[in-house]
Write a protein that binds this ligand. Sequence first.
Ligand SMILES: Nc1ncnc2c1ncn2[C@@H]1O[C@H](COP(=O)(O)OP(=O)(O)OC[C@H]2O[C@@H]([n+]3cccc(C(=O)O)c3)[C@H](O)[C@@H]2O)[C@@H](O)[C@H]1O
Ligand SMILES: Nc1ncnc2c1ncn2[C@@H]1O[C@H](COP(=O)(O)OP(=O)(O)OP(=O)(O)O)[C@@H](O)[C@H]1O
Ligand SMILES: NC(=O)CC[C@H](N)C(=O)O
Length: 549
Amino acid sequence: MPRPRMKIGIAQINAIVGDFPGNAKRLLAAYRACLDQGAELVVSPEMSLVGYPPRDLVLKSAFVPKCLQALDYLAGEIGEVPLLVGYIDFNDPEDRGQDLRNSAAFLHEGAVREKRWKTLLPTYDVFDEWRYFEPSENSEPIEWNGLRLGVTICEDIWTDAYLLRPLYDREPVDELVEKGIDLLLNLSASPYHCGKPAVRRKMIAEVCDGAKVPLVYCNSIGANDQLVFDGNSLVAMPGKGIVFEGPAFEEATVVVDLENTASTVDPPACDAEDLWKALVLGLRDYAGKTGFSSVCLGLSGGIDSALTAAVAAEALGSENVHGLTMPSPYSSGGSVVDSFALAANLGIRCDEIGISDIFCEVKSTMAPLFEGQASDVTEENMQARIRGVLLMALSNKFGHLLLTTGNKSELAVGYCTIYGDMCGGLAVISDLPKTKVYEVCRWLNREREVIPWNTIDKPPSAELRPDQKDQDTLPEYEVLDAILEMYVEKQLSVDDIVAAGHDETLVRWIQRRVDLNEWKRQQAAPGIRVTSKAFGIGRRMPIVQRFVG
Ligand SMILES: Nc1ncnc2c1ncn2[C@@H]1O[C@H](COP(=O)(O)OP(=O)(O)OC[C@H]2O[C@@H]([n+]3cccc(C(=O)O)c3)[C@H](O)[C@@H]2O)[C@@H](O)[C@H]1O
Ligand SMILES: Nc1ncnc2c1ncn2[C@@H]1O[C@H](COP(=O)(O)OP(=O)(O)OP(=O)(O)O)[C@@H](O)[C@H]1O
Ligand SMILES: NC(=O)CC[C@H](N)C(=O)O
């Protein structure tokens, strides 16, 4: 088989779900930038014209017709250098099954020349493609310019070893290789989680070696709802491994000369910098794509609100972040001092509004009803809810998006107040375990103090009653996070976790708290997914259930 000697353009674009005219413009700009760099063929991500994942929008009667209209427009703009674009098409009405196909179109000289469908439809974790699409029945190479191109869409190249999913009975790559191809192309929308870029590199190098042809993998970038796409597009050559890696967490148009490539070095498995960039992109795109230019949040002097504020300042600019520090009778002096120190480090606005008077007022208003009752969690939650009222007032008055600051560890066990500190539109670090919160903050402080060291060093506390510490109620975060990783991310049973060396009483307590607090999480603001199993769309648990295992 002759080796393709060509320059391939990779259009790593940030599409917005359902914005057909905007996505067509983004594609054209990237296509032209690739032409300027000498590309002879340009590849874009899965559903690059649609934005991924469009979910039930695809069921609206006007959705796919509008997509096809945009595809025709785009085709009209394409010249002698072809563009591979991801879109959604109708299934043949004669065919049984779903009405739609997850598709790739080969646009060339003003027209849609070829169409291909996705074969392997991921339906697990955050993916739900069987709900909408009919899989391709066969994989045919596209012939162009004396070459046979094997066009695949995301999951089509994923092999069993890398996925927790049912085995598929067909492997499109094997089928294409059997039919004879010179080049394997993959249009992808592969969301980020900690460690995923390294997994993709390994798998793509293996698939390329197996297929014995170059593999060009173009991934999406940008965040849509809870998912962050990291880009990191790849090119692999048989026997050489990965020879090119696109930028992470930013749009890019790059041209790779398949004749002139060198192997690249593997990045670390999961580092704090990746997590930071994912959170920044997640917040920037959520705000930008929903029309917010500014955010507000409560600053407690603690580490969670500090990291959330730092992410916001990086994503939207310091001038667009407004913090409120709201001491109650139980707040430490440090809560105010550390909040102002953080605000100074980040260059964000911070105002102090004490809540002691309102708290007294609420308590005395309820006193006739609460007579004879001891003070308990009710009064703790009142403070969190008063803060929620004030923060939502700030949000309403100035049009800020209110950020909630809870981390994954506390959301897992329900250590947070519904309609209180859970108030808000986006939960920035809700998929970041507390131990990772510390890791990212230490990384942020590697050159200068961004997060006040006092915030990092003091014992975590909700400060809702005298001398309260998180560890009065919760185990040490190292232990809690280790157990949560096994229970939530790996979905192991209590017995398995105990067998791994953890205390049975503690494991049972955590399991019960996680299960009981499903109701709280289903009312929580959407979060930004950065682990392999986040609460939200990829973990659909019943609230009412009695399974213990
Ligand atoms: N299955 C279910 N479906 C629907 N509602 C359900 C429910 N189970 C309880 N509920 C309701 O939930 C209420 C209890 O929930 P909620 O009011 O949130 O309160 P709760 O979970 O009892 O207490 C919150 C805890 O979080 C701590 N906290 C608060 C704020 C911040 C932090 C921090 O460190 O960041 C920690 C606080 O110290 C306290 O220990 C009950 O009164 C009941 O009405
Ligand atoms: N004194 C306060 N002033 C302003 N906001 C507060 C205050 N106390 C709590 N909050 C808000 O409520 C959130 C929950 O805070 P809390 O201190 O109860 O728990 P935490 O999980 O330790 O968070 P943090 O590490 O940010 O303190 C904070 O992140 C902050 O947004
Ligand atoms: N869009 C897709 O097909 C994504 C599935 C793929 N396994 C991934 O996570 O990258």
